[in-house]
Design a protein around this ligand. Structure first.
Ligand code: FES
Length: 261
């Protein structure tokens, strides 16, 4: 027999006995995620200034179709709808976006910050029942593990972009852009390697990893990153945004990429 929806404490929205700044964290999350969504959407629709020298913006990698030298299959395909502005980012960004949107940390953060569910512990909510993630659309959050597989592929491709960022027109070199793209891959690795689904996978899908010593070791290894998953989530969010901005401003001639070697 199906359980009735759980009821939450009947307290007016925002009412609490807490004296601390409980609203600060949801407000910061709301501001940070909103800034990222606005910037990344704008950048994804530009379809220009996403590469500079050997650098390719992570928002556009892999570039399946496009005009840059990084394109895998040539320029804009003929089947692209005429009403939709062409941008290589639109072909691929759904995968990393899906990975972040379904992340266990971000779910908790944006449920609180964007629809106050709950806005903070022991603070009144705007609704009277709790439905959890048992029904559509939130049950779709369970696809996270499949986005995780895709994210690992994207991570390998971004690492390959760092390799390509070492090769300029006149040969091997290191520019500030090479460092920016490298730091971004480190941040994204720290975030992805701490994924709860990856920990379950690498622990051998076991509910009790201690019964398989090798799996337990791997489980603890992922646990190192997992303990600071929130920190990695934010650092990688800003690093990926800054990497796009860096490549974009270099491509537009507003910033000059310094060659260190
Ligand atoms: Fe956050 Fe998987 S739980 S990336």
């Amino acid at each position: 027999m199906a359980n009735p929806p759980a009821t939450t404490q009947q307290r007016p929205f925002g009412a609490t006995m807490r004296r601390d700044a409980w609203w600060a964290q949801p407000l910061l999350v709301f501001t940070g995620l909103s800034a990222f969504i606005v910037y990344s959407t704008w950048a994804a629709f530009q379809g220009a200034h996403y590469h500079s020298g050997p650098y390719l913006s992570p928002f556009y990698s892999p570039e399946l179709f496009g005009d840059s030298p990084h394109s895998w299959f040539g320029p804009k395909p003929g089947w692209w709808p005429a009403w939709l502005p062409f941008s290589p980012a639109l072909l691929i960004l759904w995968a990393p976006a899906g990975f972040r949107m379904t992340c266990y940390y971000y779910r908790g953060a944006y449920y609180k910050a964007f629809w106050a569910d709950p806005v903070a512990c022991t603070v009144g909510e705007p609704r009277k029942s709790y439905l959890g993630e048992n029904s559509f659309p939130l049950i779709m959050q369970n696809v996270h593990r499949y986005f995780m597989y895709l994210a690992l592929i994207f991570l390998s491709l971004l690492a390959h972009d760092v390799w390509k960022a070492l090769w300029f027109a006149d040969g091997f070199g290191i520019g500030v852009g090479t460092i920016v793209l490298s730091v971004n891959v480190v941040m994204l690795s720290g975030y992805s390697f701490g994924c709860h689904s990856l920990r379950h996978l690498i622990g051998g899908f076991l509910d009790e990893p201690s019964k398989a010593p090798l799996c337990e070791k791997a489980w603890h290894c992922v646990g190192c990153f997992n303990r600071r998953h929130m920190m990695w989530a934010w650092m990688s969010l800003f690093s990926v945004m800054f990497s796009d901005l860096y490549v974009r401003l270099c491509s537009m001639g507003i910033w000059t990429d310094w060659r260190l070697i």
